[in-house]
Write a protein that binds this ligand. Structure first.
Ligand code: PMP
Length: 396
């Protein structure tokens, strides 16, 4: 074993631990539902992206099992060789209808979508304006493209207009893109898409929205772009199939030409094996379910409002959340981690989120209620929040 590598790893791990930045990973026994089992203890789960409870839905499970029987467990190849199965094509037709676009393509993960689509469309002669709070996969996708990356202050439309004007008028770039999360996962706030689209039209920007946390949650389930009725204005819609949709994978949706191009230029499409058939069929069932009923979506928002109002009434700082994602902003990293640890000891699983995921000094415990939580579970969680909040003097 290399001594240089050992020294490097030890020094970095020590620094993270000394600064309270080392996240312990818990192992969940069984399903990821409204309650979860960790270390043989049942906890109220406020840490899951399984927003609608679909990860354990019986219809989806049945669809996956039946498809495993007919298609096997693996797709067997990348899409361009013989890994494009009938179930992939069926799913992509469903996704295009769901997103209100001409076409869609599915990838193995949301992360892969951002590795795929940004790099396929943008290159070193271009510039990308990127919201400073965008997800890590957007940041990495932008870096891979080798385009000039210009950070834009979070949801600051004056800053966007100014930087778009400078980039376009400089004449240095062939194309300029603005890329943003639809729903920001650390604060639960929503991108100002109507203003973004207006600025994009003014400066001929390409618009790209990562709706990982908006699909199934915003727009009666159809996402943030549909919420604002901007399906014809946003050039590239991307999202994950692993959060509200409950399975795994990601999609990119847009014009037929965009999707045709991604199928010949996006490296994770060309060089990574496609989604498993069982997962693909389960996703298709989930999306069809969301298109036919808003029941789960409505339940999620009802629970989100209930938890949010309860935490606010207790005196917690819940920031600017506009969605069921509700942070409790605590600030200092060590207190944030202690808070989450105490919640867990008392029966609530809500993870601490600290630097580098969020800026230093803005540590928070993030709560993500699910459609499948009962009011009794949420009341119990609030009681525990009150106890730990007073104990650690986060509330008085
Ligand atoms: N984009 C955003 C905004 C996300 O929050 C995530 C997941 N944390 C991803 C992309 C990646 O999605 P996946 O988990 O499907 O890879």
């Amino acid at each position: 074993m290399s001594k240089i590598l050992n020294d490097y790893l030890s020094a970095n791990l020590k620094e993270l631990k000394d600064n309270g930045l080392y996240n312990e990973i818990n192992v969940v026994k069984g399903a990821n539902g409204p309650k979860i089992n960790i270390d043989d203890k049942e906890l109220i789960n406020l840490s899951s992206n399984n927003y609608l409870g679909l990860a354990t839905d019986e219809t989806l499970k049945k669809a996956a099992k039946e498809t495993i029987d007919t298609h096997g467990v693996g797709a067997g190849a990348v899409r361009t060789i013989n890994g494009t199965l009938d179930v992939h094509v069926e799913l992509e037709e469903t996704l295009a209808k769901f997103k209100g676009t001409e076409a869609a393509v599915a990838f193995q993960s949301g992360f892969n979508c951002n590795m795929a689509a940004i790099q396929a469309v943008m290159n070193k002669e271009d510039a990308i304006l990127s919201d400073e709070l965008n997800h890590a996969s957007i940041i990495d996708g932008c870096r891979l493209s080798r385009a000039k990356i210009i950070r834009v202050n979070h949801s600051d439309m004056d800053d966007l207009r100014q930087k778009a004007k400078e980039a376009v008028e400089s004449g240095k770039y062939k194309k300029v893109m603005y890329i943003t999360d639809g729903v920001f996962s650390m604060d639960g706030d929503v991108a100002k898409l109507p203003e973004i689209v207006e600025i994009a039209k003014e400066f001929d920007l390409i618009t790209y929205v990562d709706d990982a946390h908006g699909s199934g949650v915003m727009g009666k389930g159809a996402g943030t772009v549909k919420h604002f009725g901007l399906e014809k204005d946003v050039d590239i819609q991307m999202g994950t199939l692993s959060k509200a949709i409950g399975v795994v994978g990601g999609y990119v949706a847009g014009t037929q030409e965009l999707i045709d191009y991604l199928k010949v230029a996006a490296r994770p499409f060309l060089f990574s094996t496609s989604l498993t058939p069982g997962d693909t069929k389960a996703i298709n069932e989930a999306v069809k379910m969301l298109m036919s009923s808003t029941e789960l979506h409505d339940q999620l928002w009802d629970n989100g409002d209930y938890l949010k109002n309860g935490l606010k009434a207790l005196g917690f700082d819940i920031g600017n959340s506009e969605t069921p994602i509700t942070p409790c902003i605590i600030g200092d990293e060590k207190t944030t981690q202690e808070f989450s640890k105490r919640l867990m000891e008392e029966g609530v699983y809500a993870k601490s989120i600290v630097f580098p995921t969020v800026p230093r000094g803005t540590g928070r415990v993030r709560n993500m209620p699910m459609a499948s939580h009962t009011k009794e579970m949420l009341d119990e969680a609030l009681k525990i929040y009150e106890k730990v909040g007073k104990e650690l003097k986060v509330i008085s």
